[in-house]
Design a protein around this ligand. Structure first.
Ligand SMILES: C[S@@+](CC[C@H](N)C(=O)[O-])C[C@H]1O[C@@H](n2cnc3c(N)ncnc32)[C@H](O)[C@@H]1O
Length: 261
């Protein structure tokens, strides 16, 4: 019944009104977008910020994704603030259908950086991780093949809504691809759901992150992932540094590390 009314309204109402209604459905995201627009410390002109927000919504309305605009805007803000003279890359691990990739590629393009995208393009690997509930009480389950976005589909989405020329795709399981990657990194965004995948990302990517670089994980609401970030021995023995300060750990979904000297 509700779906019927929605479909009918879609045919009756003018497109700008439908778009406005869809934007208003997510007030937290709308607020994040307005804050981004009005924030003078965001390193691009107001008209570019406005265009970017419109582009973000265009992706959101067309490509399925689990993230919020607020979450991707955090990483976009980081990308836009990267030093112009540094040629190191920015990284995304876990892209699903390419919605987040398209958005990050738009930001990477504005500052002339390359976005390296790691994913199996086959979804979540086989695993026996006993996920149950996230810290907000919702069910968390990750079965083999969940969140699958085939490479061609991702490329099509990024070509349509983002800047595909700024992207380098590295298909494969992170256990196979990341140990072969040795390039300096300016910023990292991890969204891989599993504790084991997160562990691999941290082990191989964190040492490549430049001092002052930023790492985000969008899986900070998953207790098994929290355990990885909290594991002092893992940081010391496998990454070779003390556990850094992790903003939001245990209380937020999007957690953040700024790498110290
Ligand atoms: C929740 S989805 C990412 C969502 C995406 N960031 C977005 O906002 O639309 C998780 C992704 O992690 C990838 N992934 C998880 N574990 C992986 C592994 N061990 N190797 C490669 N990719 C992995 C899956 O293929 C999937 O695309």
């Amino acid at each position: 019944m509700v779906i019927g009314i929605k479909t009918a309204l879609k045919h009756i109402l003018p497109k700008p009104i439908i778009t406005t209604l869809r934007v208003l459905q997510e007030p937290i995201d709308l607020f994040a977008c307005i804050s981004f627009l009005l924030n003078p410390s965001v390193a691009i002109a107001l008209q570019d910020r406005f265009r970017l927000i419109k582009q973000l919504y265009a992706v959101t309305f067309s490509v399925k994704s689990p993230h919020t605009q607020k979450e991707v805007l955090s990483y976009i803000g980081t990308i836009l603030a990267l030093p112009a003279h540094k040629s190191a890359v920015v990284v995304e691990v876990g892209c699903f259908k390419g919605s987040s990739t398209a958005k990050f590629s738009l930001a990477a393009d504005l500052v002339g950086k390359e976005l390296v995208v790691f994913d199996s393009f086959q979804g979540i690997p086989d695993n026996d991780e006993p996920h149950d509930k996230n810290i907000f009480g919702a069910e968390a389950k990750f079965v083999k093949g969940d969140w699958c976005g085939p490479l061609e589909e991702v490329k099509n989405n990024v070509a349509k809504y983002g800047k595909i020329n700024r992207c380098r795709f590295v298909p494969g399981w992170v256990d196979d691809t990341l140990p072969k990657f040795h390039e300096p990194i300016l910023a990292i965004y991890i969204d891989v759901d599993l504790a084991s995948s997160t562990r691999t990302c941290l082990k191989y990517l964190y040492p490549l992150l430049e001092t002052g670089g930023v790492l985000y994980s969008q899986d900070g609401h998953l207790p098994l992932v929290i355990d990885v970030f909290n594991d002092e021995q893992f940081w010391l023995n496998e990454i070779g540094c003390r556990k850094p300060t992790i903003e939001g750990l245990g209380v937020k979904k999007l957690i953040k590390i700024v790498k110290g000297a």
